[in-house]
Structures are given as C-alpha cells and as structure tokens.
Design a protein around this ligand. Structure first.
Ligand SMILES: Nc1ncnc2c1ncn2[C@@H]1O[C@H](COP(=O)(O)OP(=O)(O)OP(=O)(O)O)[C@@H](O)[C@H]1O
Ligand SMILES: [Mn+2]
Length: 344
C-alpha cells in the first residue's frame, strides 16, 4: 500500500539520496561500484535490515524469485534457500537442472569483488519472515495462492515458474524464517537498457549433443575474429568471467549482459550465479576451455590470481573473512570449509 512508502525528499545533492540511488548513479562504463566504495556498507545494510513493503514474483527466468521493495523505493531480487548448504549437487543431475542456491549468489558477490572485478550487483543474506514479509504484504495473487503449512508446521510457498514451482519443491520457513539472498536491483530497463549476449562457449543444454567448442580444437581462432571479440577488451573481459565461473564451479553461464549505452566498450555484468558452489569435491576443468583455447588473460587478473595464491592472501582465507560480514553468517557459515578449501 502507498502509505508504506516514505515521502521522497531527494534533491540533486547526492547526500540526500538513498544508498540504492547512489549505487545506480555511480555505475560506470567499467564497473558497478568503486574500489572501497563508501556506499557499499549502507547499501548492503539496508538490504539486510530495511522494512519490506512489497514482495511480488519476478517474471521471466526459470526458478522462483521475488522482487522486494523498501520504504525508500529501493528494490532487491530475492532468491530463497532451497537446500542445505553442505549438500553437494547430485551427480546424476545435469547442470541445467540443478537448484539455485542463495548462498552461491552471496558468495559470488564476495568472490567477484575479491578478484577486483566489481561486476556482480551487491548481495546480502537475510532471514526473511515468510508470513510477515511475504504472505501478509504481497499483492501478487498467484503467489499468495501457493502458501501452505507443512506437516511439521512450517510455512511454505512455491509460486509459479517453469521449473521447480510445485508443492514438492516448495520453499519453507523454520517455522516461518527463511534464509534468502537479496541482490540490489539494477536501474530499470526503461532507464538503462541492457543487451544480452549469447556466450560463444555456451554448453549445449542437451543430454546428448555436444557444443561446437567441445569438438573443434581451433574454435577460438574463429571467435577472435568475430565482433565484438575482435576488438577492445571483450575477449579478456570474457576470460575474467570464465575464471570467476571456474573458481565457483558455475557451468550455467549461457548468456551475459552489458549496458546498452556503453556500447561494446564496457564491462560484462556477472548476473545469475545461483548455480555456483554446487560441488567442492571435483573441479570442472571444462569451464576453463575458453582460457585454454584462446590463451589470453588480462594482466591485472593474472597478477590478482598470483597474489591470491600467496600464503598470506590465500583465496580461502580472504573469502572466509569477507563472508564473515554477511548477516547470515550468524546463522551458519555461507560456504562450508570444503568449499573454501576448494577455492585454493
Ligand atoms: N540484480 C538484478 N537487477 C535487475 N535485474 C536482474 C538482476 N539480477 C538478474 N536480473 C535479471 O533477471 C533475470 C532472471 O534472473 P536470473 O538469471 O538470476 O534467474 P534465473 O531463474 O536463473 O533465469 P534463467 O533461468 O533465465 O537463467 C535475468 O535475465 C536478469 O536480466
Ligand atoms: Mn539462471
């Protein structure tokens, strides 16, 4: 309802802006936020604690997601916890039918920042009250209809989507507290349209077919000649994303997005990291195929990786320390020790 929102008293003075607006206004051609950005703390703090005035399903995409709104008109995309944190992805599941993980969205934001990229929209964890903060306030009829109480008295819902939105795959509170990730929403598409690019190294998304890059050893020489990979930083930007995906075991990077107004000369958004961190006991070297086939890497990324392999800056230690600051850390560590160790 309207009265749930605050009166707007913003001026052109950025001191009067809420953190989400400051975040939007500071997105540049090269990154989403600054190194040591003073706005990050208030921004993630609000994601984690601000009153929720609206919760509706996000249309599009395959799995259940909600758009949450705050009294200062900020918005966040919520992904709920669907499985135990230390559960490894079932070996008989294909990458395209794996569940999304809320802790993977959180950990991806921290890893992306530690790698020096700053291309994942800020994410914070939160214990959401599914009754007070979703069921009681939603105006989304289709969502509201899917709430029920489980046999042990937990409040559950499943929403509507093309995958895993059924009673068997409901998400449940304990009894009504549900762990979730909240990612800051990017500026609305009407203000900052985005272009979607199909990954040249996209997997086949079929149980039987192989992709071209899996059978052609010289695949990269074609990609290198194909715009926009033939000019500027696009190829090394792509390799940066590949390295992030390898470290977190994400096989699901079928597309990536850029901001339209920056043309081809801009960074790649690392959105949708929910299928990362599914397995710690096995590496997935095929994620590195682009790096192997093109043999290109940005110098600053190479130097960063070397730094993160020194005993005093081990990636697992830096990640553990970084994840410590997330509010859900108090409930349970966001990455289990085997996952942290696998990062090294
Ligand atoms: N922080 C964000 N702000 C605004 N839009 C976002 C944000 N994160 C993701 N999106 C958009 O929402 C869409 C769905 O999100 P996401 O890809 O995470 O869900 P998904 O269910 O995995 O989708 P798909 O199954 O299509 O991969 C994305 O295509 C992206 O354009
Ligand atoms: Mn996805």
């Amino acid at each position: 309802s309207q009265e749930a929102y605050e009166d707007v008293q913003w001026t052109s003075d950025s001191n009067s802006h809420p953190p989400w607006l400051r975040f939007h206004l500071n997105i540049s051609r090269w990154q989403l936020y600054l190194h040591r950005d003073p706005n990050m703390e208030p921004l993630t703090q609000q994601l984690a604690t601000h009153r929720i005035v609206s919760a509706v399903q996000k249309s599009g995409g395959t799995q259940l997601k909600l758009v949450m709104s705050f009294p200062n008109y900020g918005q966040a995309m919520l992904k709920p916890m669907k499985q135990e944190r230390d559960e490894e992805t079932n070996y008989n599941l294909y990458y395209f039918s794996d569940f999304e993980r809320h802790n993977a969205e959180i950990a991806a934001f921290h890893l992306d920042r530690i790698l020096g990229y700053r291309r994942v929209p800020p994410v914070a964890g939160r214990l959401v009250d599914v009754v007070k903060e979703i069921k009681d306030i939603t105006t989304d009829r289709k969502l509201a209809r899917t709430f029920f109480t489980s046999p042990v008295g937990n409040v559950c819902f499943y929403g509507q989507c093309s995958y895993y939105c059924s009673t068997e795959h409901a998400v449940c509170g304990r009894p009504r507290h549900l762990e979730a990730s909240l990612a800051v929403m990017l500026p609305d598409l009407s203000l900052a349209s985005r272009r979607t690019w199909r990954s040249p190294w996209r997997r086949s998304y079929s149980r039987s077919k192989l992709a071209k890059w899996e059978t052609e050893p010289d695949y990269c020489s074609t990609v290198k000649k194909t715009p926009p990979y033939d000019k500027g930083t696009r190829l090394v930007d792509f390799m940066d994303m590949v390295i992030l995906d390898f470290l977190m075991g994400n096989m699901d990077r079928h597309h990536y997005e850029t901001f339209e107004k920056f043309g081809n000369n801009t960074f790649l958004l690392h959105l949708d990291n929910g299928r990362a961190f599914g397995r710690h006991s096995k590496d997935e070297p095929s994620i590195l195929a682009p790096l192997e086939q093109c043999c290109r890497i940005r110098r600053s990324t190479w130097l960063r990786l070397r730094l993160l392999s020194l005993p005093q800056y081990r990636l697992s230690d830096v990640m553990r320390a970084s994840l410590f600051s997330d509010p859900l850390h108090r409930v349970a560590p966001l990455l289990s020790e085997p996952h942290l160790a696998a990062l090294n």
